[in-house]
Design a protein around this ligand. Structure first.
Ligand code: EPZ
Length: 420
């Protein structure tokens, strides 16, 4: 298993480029199953989860061609409308093929995703929505079988709670359903808007993406399209925090500032200086004293749960007490104990982590538990005195494209060592 070796204490300087959004690439790839024509996607990050999704599409029968981050996918014929356990267990977002497969083929057999480090993460809302569109569901041997031999029919689907991939799954099912579908209490994330933009280019009729009510008029078939996906707002936020926690001066390029409003507001309140450095670039520096500022994760446009762990690393260096409340997932504080081992002063009480700072961090051997927790430990390692060894970096490779190379180009002393 690969590890990262990090020598902390070096302020990051210069520029760092953001890749395309993993959480936009995954639904966009699943959407390729909705048409027999070729779909070309640009700015696809070659991260582990994307590679897993490509294997899943090929398993279904799609032809995949990848060159320099440009992907051409053609599902001319779907021979296996299914997502097997061995793929789903490594990437729960495989459930994103459920809606497209039922819509295109009239049936799907998808392994139920197991839990994961950050929570139980059921897909009951995906399934309830498909049933409302007329699919018949059954479960056997850990698989969900969804059948709609006469096609899906439009309906009003209300989500009991906001779900990002649930909204995306049902949006992809609805575009080929007969009649109108209304998705109520839908997720408003930029990745949902990006998926809708791709589907509209494929010929879908969608209104309201980005609001909590999305209206879809079903069409009989979709055509191929070309689409460049949006910048990864979570990677961009991670790099902004990296510039702040190392007291450097970093320009984060190829990002979408409008998708980062909550984080920018929070960082500025904490004393971080962030300025626009171009239409798609932000300059970050934190020369002065950092002050503790509370944060509560919420659905977009609130403070992103995917930035909670990274923000917590920064708050260990801020003066005062900050209370970080995680409202989206039930177990997303796996990074706390590792940060404490590096010298942080953090106490967890239920859904809240109470951070007292500033505390000097010292390098240590730490273990990654999930994607964003590992990003938090990289940030702490960059700020710590001495050497940090981060194990199980395959977690971070799931969602960050060659992060150690990008950080090293900005001056970080970080390198990957492979256990052969
Ligand atoms: C998406 O996960 C993202 N993944 C996650 O990013 C992100 O943390 C999450 O949205 C929240 O923003 C992708 O887009 C591939 P949810 P998703 O359905 O869709 C509960 C990362 O780090 N729920 O919005 O799986 C669920 O348990 C990953 O890149 C149900 O109860 O999240 C959670 O508590 C991690 N039943 C809450 O809703 C359901 O059927 C929000 O989950 C679905 C969800």
């Amino acid at each position: 298993m690969d590890k990262f070796l990090i020598e902390g204490g070096v302020p990051l300087e210069g520029e760092i480029d953001v890749s395309g959004a993993k959480n936009s690439a995954l639904p966009a790839l699943a959407a390729c199953l909705l048409t027999q024509e070729p779909v070309t996607l640009r700015r696809i990050p070659l991260v582990r989860d994307v590679l897993t999704m490509l294997r899943l599409l090929e398993r279904c029968g799609a032809a995949v061609h990848s060159e320099d981050g440009v992907l051409r996918v053609q599902a001319a014929e779907i021979v296996h409308p299914e997502a097997p356990y061995e793929l789903v267990k490594t990437m729960r977002a495989s459930s994103l093929v459920l809606g497209p497969l039922v819509a295109r083929c009239g049936r799907a057999r998808v392994s139920l995703p197991g839990g994961c480090a950050i929570g139980a993460r059921p897909i009951n809302l995906h399934l309830a929505g498909l049933e409302q569109l007329g699919a018949r569901l059954s479960q056997e041997h850990g698989y969900i079988i969804a059948e709609a031999p006469d096609g899906l029919r439009g309906a009003t689907v209300h989500f009991d709670r906001i779900t990002v991939t649930g909204t995306e799954d049902l949006l992809m099912a609805a575009v080929l359903a007969d009649g109108e579908t209304v998705l109520s209490n839908a997720a408003r994330e930029p990745e949902v808007v990006d998926l809708a933009a791709l589907l509209i280019q494929m010929g879908a009729r969608i209104e309201g993406a980005g609001t909590s009510t999305i209206r879809v008029q079903g069409v009989r078939r979709l055509r191929g399209a070309e689409h460049a996906i949006i910048a990864d707002r979570i990677e961009a936020g991670t790099f902004l925090i990296a510039g702040a926690i190392t007291r450097g001066h970093l320009v984060v390029r190829r990002c979408e500032p409008a998708h980062l409003t909550s984080l920018l507001h929070k960082l500025r309140q904490a004393g971080v200086e962030i300025t626009q450095a171009g239409p798609d670039a932000l300059a970050v520096r934190a020369p002065g004293k950092l002050v503790s500022v509370d944060a509560t994760t919420e659905e977009y446009p609130g403070f992103a749960t995917d930035l909670q762990a990274q923000y917590m690393a920064l708050m260990t260096q801020a003066h005062g007490i900050s209370i970080i409340t995680e409202t989206i997932f039930e177990n997303r504080f796996m990074h706390v104990l590792e940060l404490v081992r590096m010298g942080a002063n953090i106490r967890v009480e239920g859904r809240q982590a109470i951070v007292a700072g500033p505390t000097p961090l010292s390098g240590a051997a730490v273990i990654a538990s999930d994607l964003r927790a590992s990003a938090s430990l990289v940030l702490a390692g960059l700020a710590a005195r001495g050497q940090t060894v981060l194990d199980r970096v395959y977690h971070i490779d799931r969602g960050y494209e060659r992060i150690e190379e990008k950080l090293a180009r900005a001056g970080a002393r970080i390198r990957r060592i492979s256990d052969l």
